[in-house]
Design a protein around this ligand. Sequence first.
Ligand code: NAG
Ligand code: NAG
Ligand code: NAG
Ligand code: NAG
Ligand code: NAG
Ligand code: NAG
Length: 354
Amino acid sequence: MALAFFVRVSRLLMVMILLQGVCVMFYYTRNTHSSRDGMTDTLQQMQCAKLRRKFSIIKPAKSIKMESFTRELSDFMSCPYKSNTTEREVNRLKLQFFCNATGSLFLTKRNTAVNQTIPYETSKIKTYTVNAAIHSMMPEDFPWSGRRLGRCAVVGSGGILKNSSCGREIDSADFVIRFNLATINDSDVGLKTDLITINPSQIRFNTLVERVSVYENASVAIPAFAYTFCTGKAITALKILHPIRPQQPVVFFSPIYLRTLDRLWKGRGLKSVRLSSGFLLINTALELCEDVHVYGFWPFGTDLQDNPIPYHYYDQLRPHPYMHKMPEEFVRLLQLHSQGALTLHLQPCSSETH
Ligand SMILES: *[C@@H]1O[C@H](CO)[C@@H](O)[C@H](O)[C@H]1NC(C)=O
Ligand SMILES: *[C@@H]1O[C@H](CO)[C@@H](O)[C@H](O)[C@H]1NC(C)=O
Ligand SMILES: *[C@@H]1O[C@H](CO)[C@@H](O)[C@H](O)[C@H]1NC(C)=O
Ligand SMILES: *[C@@H]1O[C@H](CO)[C@@H](O)[C@H](O)[C@H]1NC(C)=O
Ligand SMILES: *[C@@H]1O[C@H](CO)[C@@H](O)[C@H](O)[C@H]1NC(C)=O
Ligand SMILES: *[C@@H]1O[C@H](CO)[C@@H](O)[C@H](O)[C@H]1NC(C)=O
């Protein structure tokens, strides 16, 4: 009897203790929940600041541990983006002062005289003399002088854009730059194009008009004075397009601009032999645009989640053999992103963002 009573009381006590324990536990978890969130936030902010510092001074390396690099970069890309207005203005002023895209990115009637000799980018001896007929087909002035371009999207051809759903975001930019007659479509890369480049080696005269008209009113830029073999093809392309596509000005990059930009970056320690057209026009955008967004620049054979990706978004080419080195230009883009000077997009775009 007494034993049974004792058992019953102790059971009751145990239930009470248990219940209390549950309450206490519940109380504790509820109470610490927000402070733990706060702690996670603080830890995350510290981690983001650490990664931001690290990537803003990252150095090119002969070989990198791809796995830890992409893990850290993926973490960093999930951190809130921090724009730096000072950094942007300093870059803009330097580029304006040294290179002046408005005055000298393209050859125009304004900056080029009849019979003027044009040097070649890659030769100290060879020059080209602009005759009156070619001169008459040059644009009067830089197509976008006198206004600051707003949000610009510079769209490289990297396989990282495949299945990215970035088309809408890219199309919502004020100004879109693309390269090498890259294919366009609404899902991954968008359709809007304001400037498209052609590599002279891509020029096929019989399909040129058709291929170029895909980009509607976009200006067509050709590096006509990179190498001597480029010039003839570029001039023929100009002669074909000038009468048929008056809404699409054909422009030639000025070797002077390319040289000064090259010198500027060599002065900052960039060692590549010749700047890529992608890197070149990102610099132009840093000078002319309010806000620069860079897509499709990713020189590796796997994405941030370690999935294999093709070399270009529009073909199935195997990754380039150089893809396991850390290319110098990409390092600079990563630095500029981390410093808040431009926004590098390396992840798929979410459907709501603009
Ligand atoms: C912005 O950049 C400038 C110049 O590089 C630097 O001094 C400053 O600390 C940066 N500001 C922030 C908030 O990071
Ligand atoms: C750039 O060139 C344009 C056109 O020639 C000129 O009006 C402008 O003053 C130049 N800007 C600088 C910073 O030299
Ligand atoms: C350009 O050179 C051609 C041939 O030498 C000459 O006939 C022409 O007058 C020159 N034009 C100008 C504007 O100097
Ligand atoms: C292209 O230019 C033509 C004539 O300049 C204009 O009528 C048309 O609206 C433009 N198209 C686009 C997509 O801007
Ligand atoms: C893109 O999506 C297609 C269809 O879902 C898939 O077969 C393909 O592997 C994906 N490609 C890349 C590079 O993610
Ligand atoms: C858009 O382009 C990508 C890459 O070339 C391709 O995978 C995708 O199927 C295309 N989508 C449409 C709707 O054409």
